[in-house]
Ligand binder design. Structure first.
Ligand code: FE2
Ligand code: FE2
Length: 266
């Protein structure tokens, strides 16, 4: 199919209610809590207890080898206290991403896994870049997890899209150029249109729209740009920040595997 026809098809999909997650509302609520420095675990509890899957996951994580202190916890609030405010907020974002956004689109298990692990790795690389917490850590993690959401619709084209990913990897090229050539649109524009349709906060939309372009220093956009270009091994100069990520690469990968095991498994 020609790129201009695919573009029309993709534009229609971004506006379709078929792709409208119920997660949009939870996410907006979560961000306003995470952005409020006086917010408490109780406020997060209000969100979590409305969703059975997230509740079950948090209790399971609190009892995992990483967090467990020996005693078994069955109460949601105690489980959240054990994981902590930031840890709980991160799990809600990850669960929303996995449960609503990826599973709903019926992607293959391998494609879901590729996107999930990449998003987590960007989240952890951003943690390294943002160690001075110039950007609120919860916000930085959320935009990292969601930055490539536009790719999930492109993954529904299966082999046609996987070939582009492979080509970008081999040539250390920016996948957006290949997407525009083949589909008439890139995952940044798709992600942006989805985020507007889902009424996501402007800060998140901005990252979805432009994370393949260097943003102003110390902004969420800049951190995601550097982390993403580093992890995709794109042929761009990332300066000092690139060297820092190189030194911390083992930590980033270990942390990504740990979280992927802990949160990703049903
Ligand atoms: Fe991207
Ligand atoms: Fe990415």
């Amino acid at each position: 199919m020609q790129a201009n026809i695919l573009r029309e098809e993709l534009l229609a999909k971004t506006g379709s209610t078929e792709f409208l997650p119920t997660f949009g509302a939870i996410l907006n609520e979560l961000l306003s809590i995470v952005n409020d420095s006086n917010a408490s675990v109780e406020e997060l509890l209000d969100i979590v207890k409305r969703d059975f899957a997230i509740t079950a996951k948090i209790i399971r994580v609190a009892n995992s080898a990483y967090y467990s202190r020996g005693s078994v916890i069955t109460d949601l609030k105690r489980a959240m206290m054990r994981i902590g405010f930031d840890g709980t907020a991160n799990i809600i974002v990850c669960m929303g991403f996995l449960k609503e956004i990826l599973n709903q689109w019926k992607l293959s298990r391998l494609d879901v896994e590729a996107l999930w692990v990449h998003s987590l790795a960007v989240g952890n690389a951003v943690k390294v870049l943002n160690r001075g917490a110039v950007v609120h850590p919860g916000k930085a993690f959320t935009v990292s997890i969601l930055h490539d959401i536009g790719k999930s619709i492109l993954y529904t084209y299966g082999e046609r899209y996987r070939m582009l990913i492979e080509k970008a990897r081999q040539e250390r090229a920016d996948i957006c150029d290949l997407e525009k050539e083949s589909f008439g649109i890139d995952h940044q524009e798709i992600g942006y249109l989805l985020s507007v349709n889902w009424e996501m906060p402007e800060e998140i939309s901005r990252v979805m729209k432009s994370h393949h372009t260097r943003g102003e220093a110390d902004s969420p956009l800049h951190f995601v740009y550097v982390a993403d270009a580093f992890l995709d091994d794109r042929a761009v100069d990332l300066g000092e920040e690139g060297s820092l990520l190189e030194r911390e690469k083992a930590w980033i990968m270990n942390e990504t595997n740990r979280m992927s095991e802990l949160i990703g498994k049903a």
